[in-house]
Write a protein that binds this ligand. Structure first.
Ligand SMILES: Cc1cc2nc3c(=O)[nH]c(=O)nc-3n(C[C@H](O)[C@H](O)[C@H](O)COP(=O)(O)O)c2cc1C
Length: 132
């Protein structure tokens, strides 16, 4: 079975001034429940100012999630870094793996998704450097 693999970066939205670690636990709990339902696995890197997320799963489910993500006011400036059909998932075991933004999280992404490529990966690295 072919899976769709998609990665993006985005900025934390602070317009309502209420971003808090508790908000992230609520977000992750909902996302986990939905991802189990939709057959999606995900790797979310979260920092003080932004997110990097890889999502993988059946194409229709991944595109539906991406639509929801694009209209989610909790983040903004969402930039698609990578989209591909793959035969195997890079992170097959976890519906929502959350990591704090640091070099370990980035190197796990780099190893798992070489298709991000140097150009895209340097963008991701630059974005993520501002996350910690
Ligand atoms: C950084 C970030 C990552 C998210 N990741 C997921 C996810 O992996 N799965 C998911 O269903 N929702 C995720 N969401 C939430 C979605 O944007 C959306 O609010 C949610 O899917 C709506 O679910 P509901 O219809 O059950 O309320 C994420 C939101 C943000 C801001």
């Amino acid at each position: 079975m072919a899976f769709c693999q998609l990665a993006y970066v985005s900025d934390v939205s602070r317009s309502n001034g209420c971003y808090h670690p508790d908000d992230l636990s609520h977000l992750v709990a909902c996302a986990k429940r939905n991802n189990v339902r939709d057959g999606i696995t995900s790797f979310l890197v979260a920092g003080n100012s932004g997110f990097v997320q890889l999502i993988e799963g059946p194409r229709v489910a991944v595109m539906s999630l991406f639509d929801r993500l694009e209209s989610d006011p909790r983040h903004s400036n969402l930039v698609l870094l990578h989209k591909a059909d793959v035969s195997l998932r890079a992170f097959p075991d976890n519906p929502m793996c959350l990591m704090q933004a640091d070099s370990e999280a980035l190197s796990r992404l780099e190893c798992a998704v070489p298709a991000l490529g140097q150009g895209l990966y340097s963008k991701l690295t630059a974005e993520a450097a501002g996350l910690a």
